[in-house]
Design a protein around this ligand. Structure first.
Ligand SMILES: Nc1ncnc2c1ncn2[C@@H]1O[C@H](COP(=O)(O)OP(=O)(O)O)[C@@H](O)[C@H]1O
Ligand SMILES: N[C@@H](CC(=O)OP(=O)(O)O)C(=O)O
Length: 594
C-alpha cells in the first residue's frame, strides 16, 4: 500500500475551518487507498506568540525551557487535527515528537535529528489510523524536549518520508508552490514547476522561507521528491527533485534575507590561525556565518567581515568579545541595517557575465553593494536594508525570472527522461549516512588559478558593474569574487580568481579599471590553488569551515580567500601548500567522507 506524508504549516491550520480542511485532505487521500501520515505545525503565528510570552518573562530564558514552551504549539494542533478527523468519521491518532521516536541531539532550539523509530507509526497505520505527528520537535537522550529551529516542521515531514520510504511528501502551505522569489515581496514572481534540491537548498538558506533548508538536505540524501502545494486548492504545485527546470538559464531564483547584520573585525594579524579563533568562537554557539570576506591590508593586518542573521548579532558580539584579546585584533564594527540579496542557479558556473549582469541591475537601481561573495551556484550582495526591496526587484527583472525559460521541463517530462539506474546509485551512496550527520562527497584541488586584488575601490553604486563588465568584455572567465567591507577609509577591496592563463590579460584590464576609478593599489598572485570540500548542507554544519581553518592553521597555511555555500566550502591558498593541505583535510574529514 502506498504511503503519503502530508505536512500542514501554521498558515494551513490557523483556525478551526482550516483544521477541518486539512483533515478532509488527509481523509480523502486515505479513501483513495493511501496510508497517511500528517505532520502539523503550530496554529497560525502561535510560535511567535509563545516567543513573545517568554520575552515578557525575561530576556535570556533557559534554552531548555524555551523548547519546552515552543513545543506546546504543535501539541495543540495535532490534538485538534486528530479530533477533526474523528469528527469527520475516520480514525486518527496524534503523536508528539517523543512519541514518534524522533531522537535528536541536545542543542536546544537547533537540534539535529539522530534517528527515528518507525514501528509505532507503522503499527498505527496498519490499524487504519491517520497518524498526526507534531512537527518541529524531538527528544534528546535524557528525554528533554528539543526543537529543530524555526520552520523545522518541513524537516520533520521530509525525514519521516525518508525513513518510512514514503511514495510522496506533500508540503501544504499558503502559496501554490515555489516561486522565483517570495511572491509576497514581489508580485511578478513566477511559480516554477520544478526546482532542483541544490537550488532549493541554497535559496532556502538565503531567505526563501517556503522550505526549511535542512528538509532539503534530507530530501536530497534520500531522494524524496517533495511536492509543495496549496492547502486551499487542488492545483499541482512545485516538485523539488534532483533535476533543475532548465538546463540553460543561468539563474533560477532570487532570495533576500532582510534582517542581516554585518560584523567586521579590524586589524587582525595576518598570520595563520586567526580566522580559526574568530570562527570557532562563533561556531561554538552554532551561529551560521555567511559572506566571509578577508581584506588583507598593506600593513600586515587583515579586516575580516562576515554576516550573521540580525537576531544572532548580540550572541556573535559576545562570542567575539571572548577572543578579541587573544586574536590581537584592533576593534569591531557592525551594522544591523543590512540585507542580503542573492541569485541562485545550477547553470551559472558554466556561463560568463552572470555576476556583471547582477551588479549592473543593482547599479541601475542606484543600489550600493557593500559586500559580494560568490559560490559555484550563487552570488550574494550585501545592501542597505532601506534599498533591499528595490535590489530584489532589480535582479529578478535582470534575469527575466518572471518568464518561463524556453527549455523548461515539467516533472512528467523530467521523470520520463530520467535514468533511474543513475539516480538509484546516487541515492544509495548518500543514504548510507546517518540521518542528519554531515555528508561530504569529496575534497578536491584546482591548481591552475590566479588571484587579482584591487584595493581602494570606491564605495558607490556602479563600480562593481563597471569592473566586471570590462572583465567580461575581455572574455575572461571569473571564478570567485569577493568584495569586503573596509571599515576604515570608506573604500572596499575586491578580489577575484581567474584561470592562470588569463592572468596577464586580467592584470591589463585591472590596470585600466584602477586608472579609471582612481583605485589605490593592484596586487596579484599567480601561484594559488583552490581547495574544495563538497557535501550537503555545509553552511548549517558550522564546524566544516572551522575544521578547515583549524587544519590549515595547524599546517601553518594562510587562507587568502574563502567562500561557502550549502554545497561547498572553498579556500584559496598558496599553491606551494596545496598537496599538504589536501592530505591533512582528507585525514580531518575522513569520517564524514563517503
Ligand atoms: N521562493 C518562494 N516561493 C514561495 N513562497 C515563498 C518563497 N520565498 C518565501 N516564501 C514565503 O513562504 C511562505 C510560506 O511559508 P510559511 O509562511 O512558513 O508557511 P507555512 O506556515 O505553511 O510553513 C509564503 O507565504 C511566501 O510568502
Ligand atoms: N511552528 C514552528 C515550526 C514550523 O515549521 O512552522 P511552519 O510550518 O508554520 O513554518 C515555527 O513557527 O517555526
Amino acid at each position: 500500500m502506498s504511503l503519503i506524508v502530508q505536512k500542514f504549516g501554521g498558515t494551513s491550520v490557523a483556525d478551526v475551518e482550516k483544521i477541518r480542511a486539512a483533515a478532509r485532505k488527509a481523509i480523502r487521500a486515505q479513501r483513495q487507498g493511501h496510508q497517511v501520515v500528517m505532520v502539523v505545525s503550530a496554529m497560525g503565528k502561535n510560535t511567535d506568540v509563545l516567543l513573545d510570552l517568554a520575552g515578557q518573562i525575561g530576556e535570556n530564558p533557559p534554552a531548555r525551557e524555551m523548547d519546552m514552551l515552543l513545543s506546546t504549539g504543535e501539541q495543540v494542533s495535532v490534538a485538534l487535527v486528530a479530533m477533526a478527523i474523528h469528527e469527520l468519521g475516520a480514525k486518527a491518532i496524534s503523536l508528539t515528537g517523543g512519541q514518534i521516536g524522533m531522537k535528536t541531539d541536545n542543542s536546544f532550539s537547533k537540534a539535529r535529528i539522530q534517528s527515528i523509530s518507525t514501528e509505532r507509526i507503522q503499527r498505527l497505520l496498519s490499524e487504519g489510523n491517520i497518524v498526526v505527528a507534531a512537527g518541529f520537535q524531538g527528544i534528546d537522550d535524557d528525554l528533554n524536549i528539543t526543537t529543530l529551529g524555526r520552520g523545522g516542521s518541513d524537516t520533520t515531514a521530509v525525514a519521516l518520508a525518508a525513513v518510512l520510504g514514503a511514495d510522496a511528501c506533500e508540503i501544504y502551505t499558503d502559496v501554490d508552490g515555489v516561486y522565483t522569489t517570495d511572491p509576497r515581496k514581489l508580485p511578478e514572481a513566477r511559480r516554477v514547476e520544478v526546482i532542483s534540491y541544490d537550488e532549493m537548498l541554497e535559496l532556502a538558506s538565503l531567505g526563501a522561507g517556503v522550505m526549511h533548508s535542512r528538509s532539503i538536505e534530507f530530501a536530497k540524501k534520500f531522494g524524496v521528491p517533495i511536492h509543495v502545494r496549496s492547502s486551499f486548492s487542488d492545483t499541482e504545485g512545485t516538485m523539488i527533485v534532483a533535476e533543475p527546470e532548465s538546463m540553460t538559464q543561468p539563474v533560477s531564483g532570487a532570495a533576500m534575507t532582510a534582517d542581516e547584520a554585518r560584523v567586521t573585525v579590524l586589524g587582525v594579524p595576518d598570520v595563520p590561525g586567526k580566522s580559526l579563533q574568530i570562527f570557532s568562537a562563533i561556531a561554538a554557539r552554532k551561529i551560521a556565518v555567511d559572506m566571509v570576506v578577508q581584506n588583507v591590508g598593506q600593513d600586515g593586518s587583515a579586516d575580516i567581515s562576515f554576516t550573521v542573521p540580525r537576531g544572532e548579532l548580540n550572541a556573535t558580539l559576545a562570542a567575539l568579545d571572548s577572543v578579541m584579546k587573544s586574536v590581537g585584533a584592533k576593534g569591531i564594527t557592525h551594522d544591523d541595517e543590512v540585507s542580503k540579496v542573492s541569485v541562485v542557479g545550477m547553470n551559472m558556473a558554466r556561463q560568463a557575465n552572470v555576476a556583471s549582469r547582477m551588479f549592473r541591475a543593482l547599479a541601475d537601481a542606484n543600489v550600493n553593494i557593500q559586500m559580494i561573495t560568490t559560490s559555484e551556484i550563487k552570488i550574494s550582495a550585501l545592501v542597505s536594508k532601506r534599498q533591499s526591496a528595490d535590489a530584489l526587484r532589480a535582479v529578478h527583472e535582470a534575469f527575466d525570472l518572471h518568464i518561463r525559460p524556453a527549455d523548461a521541463k515539467n516533472w512528467k517530462q523530467i521523470k520520463a527522461d530520467r535514468s533511474e539506474a543513475d539516480f538509484e546509485t546516487l541515492v544509495n551512496r548518500l543514504r548510507a549516512d546517518a540521518l542528519e550527520a554531515l555528508t561530504l562527497t569529496g575534497i578536491s584541488l584546482t591548481n591552475d588559478q590566479a588571484r587579482v586584488t584591487l584595493h581602494g575601490v570606491p564605495d558607490r553604486p556602479g563600480i562593481a558593474a563597471d569592473m566586471f563588465e570590462m572583465i567580461g568584455q575581455a572574455s575572461i572567465f571569473v571564478d570567485m569574487i569577493v568584495q569586503g567591507y573596509d571599515g576604515e577609509d570608506g573604500s572596499t577591496s575586491v578580489s577575484l580568481t581567474v584561470e592562470k592563463k588569463d592572468l596577464a590579460k586580467t592584470i591589463e584590464v585591472a590596470k585600466t579599471i584602477q586608472a579609471k576609478h582612481g583605485m589605490r593599489d593592484l596586487q596579484s598572485a599567480d601561484h594559488i590553488a583552490k581547495i574544495t570540500v563538497s557535501g550537503i548542507g555545509l553552511r548549517s554544519h558550522t564546524h566544516v569551515a572551522t575544521l578547515l581553518f583549524d587544519r590549515l592553521a595547524a599546517d601553518n597555511i594562510n587562507v587568502e580567500m574563502i567562500n561557502t555555500s550549502e554545497l561547498q566550502v572553498n579556500a584559496v591558498i598558496d599553491a606551494t601548500n596545496a598537496a599538504k593541505a589536501t592530505d591533512s583535510l582528507k585525514k580531518a574529514f575522513a569520517e564524514s567522507l563517503m
